[in-house]
Design a protein around this ligand. Structure first.
Ligand code: KG4
Ligand code: ZN
Length: 386
């Protein structure tokens, strides 16, 4: 099955063309074309993602990304000139309209259908104005090409992308526990089977990625702060710096599987207050202590959830799962205390937002025969489990 997938939920515009096949229970994904452009440079100066600006950038980038993915997949044909000549007009329509307009359909009506079976698009969660751009574009292409358009939950994309090892998904032992850590979410979700989700813990305030980004900002580091904090922390560890302060580990000993990170963020704010001129070394110390605090909480709560649920698989997904220290600490924990539990983290390039994960999730849904409505809308708050 050949899938065109579109992702515009936050600040990455991504288009992928993925071929999914299945032999003897092994599902394989071949990425034929993969185009992604990040808006981080644009949002940098504001310290976060501005929905209206994100919307405009997605509208600008979608056609070029589609053409790039088609070229990479060697599916580009001269007939696509129609669409490439209308980039500016399509951009205006995608930016302006929150529903599928006839003018958009007219503009792309002569665009030749590539050899696709399905279009998949992120329907939520995320920034609604940004989601709408991808949804309208996907629906317009679906209408013109006569293809089904499947709505995909972004978080499900993160779950499935973690299971892809070397391009394939082998057997998964259920129940599986998923720890989802991204810029907007921090959740522990129990999967009793494919596509069945039960929320067993979540953050009560900030998401982990959000805490990384906010703490980075307090230290004068540009958005997105996660990778920068991670770099400073690893440099602190290399130097073996001894840290003269400790930060709280919120809810570490609480009985529930919920998280809270806003207190940790505030603690950093107060602690930084005593360090007016931050030297590089002070920044490194704060980064390490912050990363340690977050990691300890994530590992502890996840272990608790593993014990409570008797899960046979642990899946970690979402942008923060790119963090080297978090990966390493989980690997050690699993090896030492949960040797019988299968452990999955996504390949680095599939950790942060991308459209391959949207295509992969769509395939898992399609093979399960899940039905869906084609008149779906953008759902900013879409959730996986109840
Ligand atoms: O999943 P994602 O790409 O977008 C959302 O769905 O939110 O996650 C983005 C988040 C940002 O907060 C970013 O700072 C964080 O993931 N992130 C990291 C690292 N790489 C990305 N956080 C910690 N360490 C990293 N290496
Ligand atoms: Zn994400």
């Amino acid at each position: 099955m050949r899938i065109l997938a579109i992702e515009t939920s936050c600040d990455e515009t991504a288009v992928s063309i993925v071929e999914a096949t299945e032999t003897s229970g092994v599902i394989s994904f071949t990425v034929l074309g993969n185009a992604l452009v990040s808006q981080t440079d644009i949002h940098k100066e504001f310290g976060g993602v501005f929905p209206m600006m994100a919307k405009r950038e997605h509208a600008k980038a979608l056609v070029p990304m589609l053409l790039k993915a088609l070229k990479e997949a060697r599916l580009y044909e001269p007939e696509y000139c129609d669409i490439s000549q209308s980039v500016g007009e399509i951009e205006k329509l995608l930016e302006r309209e929150d529903s599928l307009s006839k003018s958009l359909l007219d503009l792309i009506s002569n665009t030749k259908k590539p050899a696709f079976d399905l279009i998949a698009v992120t329907a939520g969660p995320g920034l609604e104005p940004a989601l709408w751009v991808g949804i309208n574009f996907a629906k317009a292409l679906g209408r013109v090409w006569g293809l089904p358009v499947m709505p995909i939950n972004h978080m499900e994309g993160h779950v499935i992308s973690s299971l892809i090892a070397g391009g394939s998904i082998a057997e998964v032992a259920f129940p599986a526990l998923a720890l989802l850590i991204s810029g907007g979410h921090t959740e522990l979700v129990l999967m009793k089977d494919w596509l069945s989700y039960e929320l067993i813990g979540a953050t009560r305030d900030d998401a982990v990625g959000e805490a990384f980004d906010k703490v980075a900002r307090m230290m004068g580091l540009a958005y997105p702060g996660g990778p920068k904090i991670s770099k400073l922390a690893s440099s602190a560890r290399e130097k073996n710096l001894s840290i003269p302060f400790t930060l709280p580990r919120p809810m570490l000993h609480a009985d529930s599987c919920d998280f809270s990170f806003s207190g940790l963020k505030t603690a950093v704010l107060y602690a930084l207050g005593d360090h007016k001129d931050l030297t590089d070394e002070t920044k490194e110390m704060f980064a390490q202590e912050f990363e340690d605090a977050v990691t300890e909480v994530l590992v502890k709560k996840t272990s608790k959830a593993l014990e409570q649920t008797g899960a046979r698989t642990l899946i970690i997904g979402g942008g923060v799962s790119a963090n080297q220290h978090i990966r390493e600490e989980f690997r050690k924990k699993m090896e030492n205390e949960f040797p019988g539990v299968a452990f999955f983290v996504p390949d680095r390039e599939l950790s942060t937002d991308n459209a391959v994960m949207i295509a992969a999730a769509a395939y898992i849904r399609a093979r399960a025969g899940v039905t869906y409505r084609e008149d779906f809308i953008a759902s900013g708050q879409l959730s996986l489990g109840k």
